[in-house]
Design a protein around this ligand. Sequence first.
Ligand code: SIN
Length: 285
Amino acid sequence: MAVSFRPLRGSFGAEVVGIDPKLAVDEPTFRSVEEAWYRHSILLFRGLTMSPADHIAFTRRLGPLHIMTPLQYNHPDYPEVFVVANAEENGKPFGMRKVGLGFHTDGEDKVRPNAGSFLHAHKVPPEGGDTMWADMYAAWETLPGEIRRTVAGRRARFSRIDLHHVHYPEEPAWTEEQKRARPDVWHPIARRHPRSGRIALYVGRWAVDIEGLPANEGRELIQTMQAHSRKPEFIYRHSWRVGDAMLWDNRCTLHCATEFDDQRYVRMMFRTTIEGEVPELAIAV
Ligand code: SIN
């Protein structure tokens, strides 16, 4: 049976209907899913029964896989699977807690940010623990003209060093060694997608200021653009069921996990992550 795509929020997002629950699909079906991914930026699959090996095999068809570090949060038998969970196995923590609470895009603080991510729900709480995605093509297209003209052709500085204590206030301050391992990076604010050719606003939570602008002015503009991209009209919010999986494109979306009562409930998600490319600067806007 041919798969079909049911829109989630206008052209942003689609549910894939009629696909094999283990995602063992032939090449034409795979291609139609891949094309839909570039068209809709986020793809929802429901009722999947894929194993970690199936999950890895499907994601690998989209590109080389990224192994998350530190390795301690990856699945013990499948290092390609990053475990987002407040779970325990054999009396020990299984997975990383409190991942992604804040709009970001995976790997935005690296020279080559991750192209995509694919999150599969294994255990979900009865309430809370939703995930939100922001449509960054729409955010760019609706940015006031004056801001677009100021930032087009410029890069933002993304800094774990400056913002670690802001986003992870409960964790210890970074050591000099950690800082050396994650130096600042600069990425285009208007980013051209290598497959769709469209321009997306690229400012996640590690963006600090803007090259060529006074630091205060750059900081203010970054905050204005971040606030703009989180407006409700750009957001799809997903309440998870077991068996749901979302494939998202990190080049043209942001995402944000939300809180749940982690003393009462277990939430366990498996994520594969796709290697990316150096972001392309869009100059003509
Ligand atoms: C993530 O940021 O990859 C995790 C999102 C989530 O668990 O909802």
